[in-house]
Ligand binder design. Structure first.
Ligand code: G3H
Ligand code: 13P
Ligand code: ZN
Length: 331
């Protein structure tokens, strides 16, 4: 059993409480490799921001769970080296789907886990989440649960109201399970194609404008569980300049549409205290790598394309921290 505290990591309890009080959100950036981790730690250290290193089960399979844990431990030391005296870094399992996976991550040094029972019938979601919470809390590991199902791009986000979180369930869910934070569904979704063009309107410049998030549902939830930490998944904004660069240099991304940053800024001012961003990082890295390959086709040193990808990622993360989530200077 590795305790995350021995690795210099923190759980999310205190960072969430401060974020809810302070009207900002903590960034949860997914990582699978060294360059992504370097970009996250550099961005968080340079902006003096708490940060959540987020690991999906796919990331664990890709990178090896032991390596990821040592990378996270290294992240704390690296942040100190970069001048951050008291790094606030959590290592979090993203979308855990079984008790066994959550338990294994906790035993490997994770400071926080998500148990995603959102696809289960309500009572099964409650039972599974409660079981994970009871185990995790013995080790002071925090737990994120989820209510409501995030729409996929194939779903009709606008019409399928039943996929949104039902505010009338939240009190019962957080009371029965004891979770530390709650992921909700208010119109965000995973990936780079969050809305079909048909679901959007056009502004005066002819650009697609996605349907707004359901802030009415968020407000209803906040009324019922005031100050309780809320999490937004699927919160990439899909920067159109990155999409254009990818397509200019041979990519084929079609109808890539994300959540406008002003809506995320608005959400960060509420009880939303954790915002998950993965796809935007993928786009930034891919755009940078494609540009190097197109402009310097003779290049074959991975540092020559992964380096620019890492630098672009770091700039993206700093932008998110400073201009969208507002978590800069919060350590
Ligand atoms: O919510 C999913 C995250 O973007 C992680 O994606 O499962 O492909 O690692 P992944
Ligand atoms: P995006 O695909 O919008 O980046 O969402 C990531 C996420 O929610 C990870 O859990
Ligand atoms: Zn997610």
């Amino acid at each position: 059993m590795v305790n995350y505290k021995d690795l210099g990591l923190v759980n999310t309890r205190e960072m969430f409480a401060k974020a809810v009080d302070g009207g900002y959100a903590i960034p949860a950036f997914n990582f699978n490799n060294l360059e992504q981790l370097q970009a996250i730690v550099q961005a968080a250290s340079e902006t003096n921001s708490p940060v959540i290193l987020q690991v999906s089960s796919g990331a664990r399979k890709y990178a090896n769970q032991t390596l990821l844990r040592y990378l996270a431990q290294g992240a704390v030391e690296y942040a100190k080296e970069l001048g951050c005296k008291n790094p606030q870094i959590a290592l979090h399992l993203d979308h855990g789907d079984t008790f066994e996976l959550c338990k294994s991550c906790i035993e490997m040094g994770f400071s926080s886990v998500m148990i995603d029972g959102s696809h289960l019938p309500y009572e099964e979601n409650v039972a599974l989440t409660k079981k994970v919470v009871e185990y995790a809390h013995q080790f002071d590991v925090t737990v994120e649960g989820e209510l409501g199902v995030l729409a996929g791009v194939e779903d009709d986000v606008v019409a399928e109201h039943h996929t949104y979180t039902r505010p009338e369930e939240v009190v019962d869910f957080v009371t029965k399970t004891g979770v530390d934070s709650l992921a909700i569904s208010i119109g965000t979704s995973h990936g780079a194609n969050k809305f079909t063009p048909e679901q959007c309107t056009r502004n005066e410049d002819g650009l697609l404008v996605p349907p707004p998030l359901r802030f009415d549902i968020l407000e209803e939830i906040e009324k019922r569980i005031p100050g309780f930490p809320i999490v937004l998944h699927g919160s990439s904004s899909v920067p159109q300049d990155k999409v254009a660069t990818i397509n200019k240099y041979g990519g084929q991304l079609k109808d890539a549409i994300g959540i406008p940053e002003d809506q995320l800024r608005h959400a960060a001012g509420s009880a939303v205290c954790k915002i998950n961003i993965d796809s935007d990082g993928r786009l930034a890295m891919t755009a940078a790598v494609r540009e190097v390959f197109a402009k310097s086709p003779a290049e074959f040193d991975p540092r020559k394309y992964l380096g620019p990808a890492r630098d672009s990622l770091k700039e993206l993360y700093k932008h998110k921290i400073e201009n969208v989530l507002g978590s800069n200077n919060k350590i």
